[in-house]
Design a protein around this ligand. Sequence first.
Ligand code: S3P
Length: 446
Amino acid sequence: MEPVFSPHRFIASAPLTGSLRVPGDKSISHRALMFAGLAVGESCITGLLEGEDVLATAGAMRQLGAQIERSDDGIWRVHGAGLGSLLEPERALDMGNSGTSTRLMMGLLASHAITATFVGDASLSGRPMNRVITPLSQMGASFEASRGGTLPLMVRGINPAIPITYRLPIASAQVKSAVLLAGLNTPGITRVIEPVATRDHTERMLRGFGATLEIGEENGERVIGVHGEADLQPMDVVVPGDPSSAAFFMVAAAIIPGSDLVIENVGLNPTRAGIVTVLKQMGARIEELNLREVGGEPVADLRVRHSVLTGVDVDPDIVPSMVDEFPVLFVAAALAQGTTRTTGLEELRVKESDRIAVMAAALEAAGAMVEEREDGLTIHGTGGTPLRGTANAPVATHLDHRIAMSMAIAGLVSRDGVEIDDIAPIATSFPNFMELLAKAGNEGDR
Ligand code: S3P
């Protein structure tokens, strides 16, 4: 079937004002459904992100035997299939665009004696899976992948699997989580060594569901051990707002003159909050109001006001805590005074698209001054002058939700507007993005 594109032109915006609430955290939502699906008994999830990626996880967990229902009040009720009792799916598991669903579920299935096939869209089918195939094969699972270790892919799980100690060769929470999830149904202790800390939602939430984890440090590296043959208890989960979704509004309010916006209920787990740190270094006026804890995660309301941003050299050590926020940071850099240099971003090339190359092309098409290197972009900002915008051809988003939303924000600070070839992928992570943008005073005002 030919893909159907939904193009859209984003034009110069009025200031963003008032307050809004972004949807639930994508990483936490995936994990809540998966872990609840492994516990015996009923778990209730409040604030679940109802984006396509998370719905793919729900669909796959149902095929594996979990009962998952949404009530009219928006609460998701999950009756788990039980760890060790997952059913062999009758059809292929369709993971859509979602790398997180795929890699974490490959881990889950690796230590169950069942066979399953994973399929996905064109973007997901180009993404590397050897990073999880390697450790999961060491645990005894076997795989038949498409050329280059991609989807469609078949996993043949094994029980009992073999506990391993695995040192992550790349900073990836997905790989860490895949190994830990395989370890849940494996006798003994499965360990992951993280030279660089990545998001820790898996560890936090697994403890909540009753798993035993040992978390320590050896030679300056984080070591996480999960005790296998775990007995997971149901739990109620409240999902905080997604800082990766909030980032689009943080940047928009920071660069649109006159803006004064409150983004409520934003998760600020230190392993995710790098974007706030870097925007503040650039001179953004961001206040953290009403700091509190939601579902075991630090949360605040963020008040963001416009200011003139200044270019910075972004410390590569901060990359894992804002790995998904670089596309929109590039937009902030394009409007800043002076030059912003980013390095250590090799992983961005294997996200939903090659986010270094795609953002370089998109920003250049909109009139920004960008230099591309293998591991990052150098961007010479306008100092606040609006970008020219795209004149003729629409920006190509390559089935990547974050490219679409980042370039939407670029359109709000452009002279001629920015045309996006396809806004449909936004629904993977942020289904009400357009509505919130209009509400905050943009499109609706023009
Ligand atoms: C995620 C981890 C990150 C991130 C992705 C979600 C997760 O991927 O880019 O959007 O939920 O664990 P990597 O772990 O591959 O960096």
